[in-house]
Design a protein around this ligand. Structure first.
Ligand code: UDP
Length: 571
């Protein structure tokens, strides 16, 4: 008990910019006070569950300790908004887009409200009739999904000025929608739809047709009629080409996601949140939180006792957030409180491996990924079952797959691997389950700020093993990686392997290992060097399919003007 909060300069910059309470642009909250505000707010809701006053105080202390030790952090909206008027705590939402003007513009309004509160929104545009289809009421022609996406994009652009952070959107279009070809290349030019990530919703039927070299049907969602049949391989090739060009679109495997939909009677899952890790039903939201794996290593071994305690407390924390959160719409509240999905994941996996002396690019790393996530999954479920005994199962339980299995559980899902883009900076560890991007790197965060860092574990080892020098760090910073740098011992070179040196296959194998023990999805980008070929991208898409991932994103270095991570000096 009684951890000292240790924050890097970068972490403080991020916190001051958006997380700590301000009065007239002046920061009036210390980071410890932020964690206190959150802990108190999230513990207090236990009144509703009959926890007595004294125990609530104990729970508050435990939550405070959980965060101040940086063993676990909830997603950004919880840190920003808990205990404040806004009190909107979830990072991920999915809203429906039905084929009517009312639905489209109602959803634009609701998305704006969500963005204002720091949440991201995902939409499937698959129900909209294709461009040039007839509009009965006017006798005119429909504009189609892509033109409506532009309206969503503009609304997001306007709201982002006043919101807690930039609103992010995901657009998904099923591969069998007649406008799919236009959708695939919708972001090709780079300047349009900048507030959207786009992903193609792939079906098993489509993937089978790709594998067998067959045609597949494009279907008008309005009337179910086949518009035409086209070559699946050709469409797959176009997706690969666009992704090779600038990293978009990503892909998601819709049938696979629905095979694991815990509440199929409530509807089909058609979309994910903006970064892809959280498939949700329309009007559903999810609160995420991540365990810092780097903190779970003690004397070169994984401390499973500490991990177990952290999982248990984190699940309780996240279940409480569902109660503490205000929702922008009554319908969302109903859905969220009905299914009570939470998404516990991890950050600092790459750092954890370094401390365990396991190179990311090894069989051992895959085994470790699996062992850790299997453990987290197991105890998150055990804890959710205990909560169900005290607080009741999630209200839609009787209508869920869990009821068929006879397992009373509090949350329809318990695990998700988030990107942890900001909370990993606050914690000072590698993001999500990604490998190191560079041993020394520049990071562009929160709009236009750039941060420079030498990896702290590398600095530590370099000093311990007596090869540290300022000049060497600068030299490494130029290219980011230590591969082939003679001053660095070979075993250290292997341990500090970076994303571009890791084979795409390994990236996918790690993703797949985590996915095997994760209810929702795994956020993962396969980072390629700039000279990667279309065949390399195609291979990764196929492998992600074969290894049962729920989706994947690729990115080829230098293929976009503004990228989140850069190595060396960019002119
Ligand atoms: N998100 C968003 N806007 C952002 C970053 C994230 O709306 O600028 C949402 C989005 O749904 C994303 C989720 O938050 O998938 C989790 O992202 P991440 O783990 O990077 O968030 P963090 O909690 O670290 O800020």
């Amino acid at each position: 008990m009684g951890s000292q909060l240790k924050l890097s300069a970068n972490a403080l910059t991020v916190l001051e910019k958006r997380y700590l309470t301000k009065e007239n642009t002046k920061v009036v909250e210390k980071p410890e006070e932020m964690f206190r505000r959150v802990a108190k707010n999230i513990a207090n809701v236990e009144k509703e569950f009959g926890t007595d006053k004294e125990s609530i105080k104990e729970v508050e202390e435990k939550f405070y300790e959980l965060m101040v030790s940086l063993d676990f952090l909830p997603n950004s909206p919880t840190l920003m908004n808990a205990g404040k008027d806004l009190q909107q705590l979830a990072a991920c939402f999915v809203l429906p887009v039905e084929d009517s003007m009312e639905s489209i513009f109602e959803t634009i309004k609701n998305a704006a409200l969500i963005h204002k509160s720091g949440g991201g929104t995902g939409f499937s545009f698959s129900r909209l009739r294709p461009a040039n289809d007839r509009v009965q009421s006017t006798g005119g022609v429909a504009s189609g999904p892509i033109s409506f996406m532009k309206v969503f994009n503009s609304a997001t652009e306007v709201v982002k000025q006043g919101g807690t952070r930039r609103g992010a959107n995901m657009a998904i279009l099923r591969v069998d929608h007649p406008d799919i070809l236009e959708f695939i290349t919708a972001k090709e030019k780079g300047e349009e739809l900048t507030n959207f990530n786009i992903s193609i919703g792939l079906t098993e039927e489509f993937m089978d047709a790709v594998m067998d070299g067959r045609d597949y049907p494009l279907i008008n969602p309005q009337n179910g009629k086949v518009v035409k049949r086209i070559s699946a391989a050709k469409v797959f090739g176009m997706i690969v080409e666009a992704a090779h060009k600038n990293g978009e679109p990503g892909i998601v495997f819709l049938d696979r996601i629905n095979d694991e939909n815990p509440t199929p009677n409530l509807g089909e899952i058609e979309s994910t949140n903006p970064c892809g890790e959280q498939p949700l039903l329309p009007y559903e939201a999810c609160n995420l939180g991540s365990i810092n794996l780097s903190n779970m290593v003690k004397e070169g071994e994984l401390d499973f006792e500490r991990l177990k305690k952290t999982v248990e407390l984190s699940v309780r924390f996240l279940d409480n957030t569902l109660q503490a959160s205000k929702y922008p719409l009554e319908k969302i509240k109903q859905m969220v409180r009905g299914n009570r999905k939470i998404g516990l994941g991890v950050m600092g996996f790459a750092d954890c491996l370094i401390k365990l002396k396991i190179p990311y690019d090894s069989e051992k790393a895959i085994n470790m990924a699996e062992k850790i996530m299997e453990f987290i999954q197991y105890y998150s479920k055990e804890c959710s079952q205990k909560l169900a005994q005290d607080r009741g199962a999630f209200p839609n339980f009787a209508d869920s797959l869990y009821s068929q299995k006879g397992i009373e559980i509090r949350n329809a899902t318990t695990t998700t691997i988030a990107p942890t883009g900001t909370i990993s900076i606050i914690s000072g560890v590698s993001s999500g389950v990604e490998p190191l991007f560079a041993v020394c790197y520049k990071r562009n965060v929160l709009d236009n700020e750039s941060l420079v860092e030498v990896h702290p574990l590398f600095e530590q080892i370099a000093k311990e093993r007596d090869f540290y020098s300022e000049e060497l760090m600068e030299k490494i910073a130029q290219k980011g990686s230590v591969a082939g740098v003679l001053e660095v011992p070979e075993d250290v070179q292997k341990l500090f392997v970076t994303a571009h040196e890791i084979s795409p296959r390994r990236h996918i194998e790690i993703q797949s290992a985590f996915q095997r023990h994760t209810d929702n999805a795994v956020s993962k980008t396969v980072n390629f060097k700039s000279d990667a070929t279309k065949e390399d991208i195609s291979e990764v898409f196929i492998q992600s399919y074969k290894l049962k991932c729920k989706g994947v994103t690729v990115y080829r270095d230098g293929s976009r003007d503004a990228q989140v991570l850069t190595v060396g000096d960019k002119k």
